[in-house]
Design a protein around this ligand. Structure first.
Ligand code: TDO
Length: 180
């Protein structure tokens, strides 16, 4: 088994702890290993990978794809440092409407597994944060949706975040009807 698991209060959302092999050159780190994922209960077929770069103070989120194009994702921070936030939108879940946070950086060798039915976002805490994603369904622009970043009770540790136009216009959590 290459990886360990650290559960969160949101069912099915957990941290995957990687191993960093450091030596005088730098380090080596494996981020995907199908048999080890299976041992953690991740039995997914990944269909897309992408990464983004964010300057300090950027918030991206809170994003998800709606059915029938909902997807799970696993995210890791390759450079920089971020505060990752996951919000449970599954109406039958005991933690519906609750959120959990994780700090990710290149010095913290881990990833966050985000199940279907949860919204995801993050704050970049460094001048350049590279976030790497694997997702289980391809991008469906008509089903790419979100909940307003500051509408679900989380106090983001930032004064004036940098947001996209789209992210600043999402519905507030209390006005949102979950499709999950
Ligand atoms: C997500 C995505 C975006 N795009 C395009 C749309 C747009 O022109 C540009 C930037 O898109 P966005 O502003 O949505 O990028 P971004 O805000 O980085 O979106 C990401 O946010 C985080 C929080 C996630 O969880 C990701 O799954 C993804 O939704 O890239 C694609 O072509 N394919 C994709 O899969």
């Amino acid at each position: 088994m290459q990886f360990q698991k650290r559960d969160s209060k949101i069912e099915g959302c957990f941290e995957v702890l990687y191993k960093q092999h450091a030596d005088s050159r730098g380090f080596f780190m494996k981020t995907s290993h199908t048999p080890s994922f299976a041992e953690l209960g991740i039995n997914e077929t990944w269909t897309e990978e992408y990464f983004s770069s964010s300057i300090k103070g950027v918030i991206r989120g809170m994003h998800f794809q709606t059915p029938p194009f909902e997807h799970a994702k696993i995210v890791t921070c390759l450079t920089g440092r971020i505060l990752d936030v996951v919000l449970d939108l599954r109406s039958a879940s005991p933690s519906f409407g609750e959120y959990t946070t994780f700090e990710l950086s290149k010095d913290i060798p881990s990833a966050v597994f985000i199940p279907r039915g949860c919204a995801h976002g993050f704050l970049s805490l460094a001048d350049e944060s590279l976030m790497f994603y694997k997702v289980t369904s391809v991008h469906a622009p008509t089903h790419d949706a979100g909940v307003l970043w500051n509408s679900f009770g989380f106090k983001w540790p930032v004064e004036n975040p940098i947001l996209s136009e789209r992210d600043s216009r999402f519905a507030r959590f209390e006005d949102f009807t979950s499709p999950f």
